[in-house]
Ligand binder design. Structure first.
Ligand code: EPU
Length: 427
């Protein structure tokens, strides 16, 4: 295991390129299984989650080539093999194998997903969707078996707006007989990205990005080429880091429309934000005002950015309140920020943050976005080196983080973490 070492206090300056979106990639790679010929994905991020997905697909018999940011997936020889344990447990998003394998083969047996367990994350809405499509879902020795002689289109109302359930149902329904209507669907840009890939594969999908999605099932899907959208969470994290260090950074390869909530909140604090066609420039200011932030489903402020935003709010004058309406207790970064001197506490789904100066400390990333919060916090520290262990979580979502931060002038490096044993297991 490794740890991140950050000697903070330097304003970030320059340009950073944002890679393709992790939360699209982890759906698009398994979606390729639905096709019967080669799918090429461009702008694929280099992330540990994508590397694990590659191995899982190869275990299922798909042929994969991955050079730079291009992955070619030939799923023609793939089969649906039981996957009770092993690699599927490393990924939260392994649940997309359910929809993809069910759609192509009518059968899948898979262990429950792993990933960032910042709180219980049920998949009841995914299961509700598969059952509505005519599948039988059983628990077999801790694995989920889903099978159907024939998938039939259905009207499915999601009780909770869920990104994963919306995508999983789209995957299975694209090869079901007849029309599926998903109501109360999630509207995140990653949903549109998956619908765009499926449409290029020959699926008939309307309404992705709205709360009602209509999928007319087809018998076969074919290969295609698709370019993944930029990662709005990585982009937002660099926007926050630029502001927190009072820097001046151009964040390139973004869709500014996806960043509207982030942009609005930064401006409210007093950060200067300049939107260009495919980039956003952040110009930091010496002082920021405290603000309230509510994390909501898209197009609201993204829950995945509430942790790094917490770190930025420690740099504002006064008391900020950040409330997460998507997850009730996604606050594993809070005790670690307190270790760095943050004046911060949680109350129910809210973090109450009073502006303060942060100090160097040894801290641990307990999940991916908690790790991003600690990186932002460490970049503001002027009195020494912050050591962040649990880097494997950060590697799940930030392509090229150390090099990117170095190019922006930060003093950051990785070291072997000899104390890792003392922290205990990572999951
Ligand atoms: N929920 C249910 N039942 C379900 C599904 C979800 O109750 O069947 C609840 C969850 O407990 C949560 C809410 O609905 O309170 C939203 O969950 P959602 O299903 O939308 O989350 P997800 O699809 O599992 C994706 C991202 C997360 C991101 C959320 C919300 C992927 C692989 N993950 O998760 O990203 O936080 O949407 O936007 O796309 C991250 O990148 O760090 C990350 C955790």
């Amino acid at each position: 295991m490794e740890k991140l070492m950050i000697r903070g206090g330097r304003p970030l300056r320059g340009t950073v390129q944002i890679s393709g979106a992790k939360n699209s990639a982890v759906a698009l790679v398994p979606a390729a299984i639905l096709a019967e010929s080669e799918v090429t994905l461009d702008n694929l991020p280099h992330l540990s989650d994508v590397a694990v997905y590659r191995e899982i697909l190869e275990d299922l018999g798909a042929e994969i080539e991955w050079h730079g940011d291009v992955m070619k997936i030939d799923p023609s020889a793939a089969v649906s093999r039981p996957m009770p344990n092993g690699k599927v447990k490393l990924l939260r998003a392994s649940y997309y194998l359910m929809g993809a394998l069910l759609g192509r083969f009518g059968e899948v047996t898979i262990g429950l997903p792993g990933g960032c367990n910042f709180e219980p994350r049920p998949i009841d809405q995914h299961i509700k969707g598969f059952e509505a499509l005519g599948a039988t879902v059983t628990n077999e020795h801790g694995s989920i078996r889903i099978h159907a002689k024939e998938l039939r289109g259905a009207k499915i109302y999601l009780d909770v707006v869920s990104v994963g359930a919306t995508i999983n149902i789209m995957l299975a329904a694209s090869r079901a007989k007849g029309l599926t209507i998903i109501e109360n669907a999630a509207k995140e840009p990653e949903i549109i990205d998956v619908a765009t890939l499926l449409s290029a594969m020959g699926a008939k999908i309307k309404g992705a990005g709205t709360e009602t999605i209509r999928i007319e099932g087809v018998e076969r899907l074919h290969g295609c080429r698709h370019s993944i959208i930029p990662d709005r969470i990585q982009a937002g994290t660099y926007m926050i880091a630029a502001a927190a260090t009072h820097g001046d950074v151009v964040i390139d390869n973004v869709i500014p429309k996806h960043m509207e909530a982030m942009t609005a909140k930064l401006e409210e604090m007093g950060v200067e934000v300049i939107e260009l066609d495919e980039s956003i420039r952040i110009i930091g200011r010496p002082d920021y005002s405290a603000i309230d932030v509510k994390a909501l489903v898209y197009p609201g402020f993204a829950t995945d950015l509430q942790s790094p935003m917490t770190s930025l709010l420690t740099q504002a004058k006064g008391v900020s309140i950040l409330t997460d309406y998507v997850y009730s207790n996604r606050f594993k970064h809070v005790p670690e920020l307190a270790r760095m001197g943050a004046n911060i506490r949680t109350e129910g789904r809210s973090a109450i943050i009073e502006g303060s100066t942060l100090h160097a400390a040894k801290v641990r990333a307990a999940d991916l976005r908690a790790g991003a919060a600690l990186v932002v916090a460490a970049l503001t520290v002027t009195d020494g080196i912050t050591e962040i262990s649990g880097v494997e979580y950060i590697d799940r979502g930030y392509d090229n983080l150390v090099d990117n931060l170095r190019m922006l002038g930060a003093d950051v490096w990785r070291e072997v973490d000899t104390e890792e044993e003392e922290w205990g297991a990572v999951e």
